[in-house]
Design a protein around this ligand. Structure first.
Ligand code: UTP
Length: 294
């Protein structure tokens, strides 16, 4: 058991209680986080990233209609029994691996009051330690897991870190955008964060995306944060408050990010991941080539 004042990061919070309106009607009765990207649900990619980054505890913030997430990461007695009986041992091993990856716990966010509120719900489980936040609809394909890259910045600067990437100017109004000074290659000290600015008012095209390393003092600021854009408690507003007390850094991670919570982003991720898939990639490439797209 590690000491509470040991500041290494071992907990990852997965806010997964959002309504997924951009992906309706698919998300009417099924969680967005369970949409399959080739053969695994989106959230499993995030959990695998957390494990590969060195986490040993995953805290999932769920809401109504999200039971499938818990079932996915739990043991499935009947399925495992059937697979054993039918000697499908490779599949059995894969199914067992999912529930053994890491320790899981769940917290209900009773109402979708925003990402900042979802993070605040994790306070009792985070229990005074620095922690990572992973939004599983941002799929990041990277050699070094994106969360690990943020943790490396945290370990050097001992301050909260947000993940950023460059986005086209015309899309800045969908993101939190930073104004920042680059302190080393790919690492910035944030001067300001603006939630969903217009293209004219945006201080840059560096957008905050779904990976964070946070320190427990964020919770006091989230408690004081009033609903902002869209009537939701925004994590960026809480971070703005925190920035008055301590520096906050941004890491331009190395890797490719797909917004899989959006229909087009999801399709792009599906094509790329299918092409890279060992057993499907070759056939799928041939199929795409045969489409003769104009
Ligand atoms: P999004 O902005 O993607 O919202 O939330 P959403 O509801 O999931 O999807 P859209 O925009 O309506 O299509 C970012 C992350 O924060 C979580 C979501 O589950 C997602 O992982 N979230 C958002 C919560 O956990 N609770 C909330 O109240 C809002």
């Amino acid at each position: 058991m590690r000491e509470k004042n040991d500041s290494s990061i071992r907990k990852a919070v997965f806010p997964a209680a959002g309504l997924g309106t951009r992906f309706l009607p698919a998300t009417k009765a099924s969680p967005k986080e369970m949409l399959p990207l080739v053969d695994k649900p989106l959230i499993q990619y995030g959990v695998e990233e957390a494990v590969a980054s060195g986490m040993d505890e995953v805290i999932i913030i769920t809401g109504r209609g999200k039971r499938a997430i818990e079932d996915h990461f739990d043991i499935s007695f009947e399925l495992e029994y059937e697979l054993k009986e039918k000697n499908k041992l490779k599949l059995l091993a894969e199914v067992e691996r999912i529930s053994n990856m890491v320790h899981f716990s769940y917290i209900r966010q009773k109402k979708a009051l925003g990402l900042g509120h979802a993070v605040l719900c994790s306070e009792p489980s985070v229990d005074g330690e620095p922690f990572a936040v992973i939004l599983s609809d941002d799929i990041i394909d990277a050699k070094t897991p994106a969360t690990r890259q943020l943790m490396d910045v945290y370990e050097k600067y001992r301050s909260p870190v947000v993940a950023i990437c460059e986005v086209p100017r015309e899309t800045v109004s969908s993101y939190g955008i930073i104004d920042a000074i680059e302190v080393e290659r790919g690492v910035y000290q944030v001067r300001e964060m603006v939630e969903k600015p217009s293209a004219e008012k945006a201080p840059s095209n560096l957008a905050i995306i779904g990976r964070y390393v946070l320190t427990p003092d964020i919770f006091d600021h989230l408690k004081q944060t009033r609903p902002g854009k869209g009537g939701e408690i925004q994590l960026t507003d809480g971070l703005q408050g925190l920035m008055k007390e301590r520096p906050v850094y941004a890491c331009r991670f190395r890797g490719v990010r797909y917004d899989a919570g959006d229909k087009l982003g999801f399709l792009k991720a599906t094509v790329e991941y299918a092409l890279k898939n060992q057993s499907l990639g070759g056939e799928f490439r041939k199929y795409l080539q045969g489409l003769n797209l104009k």
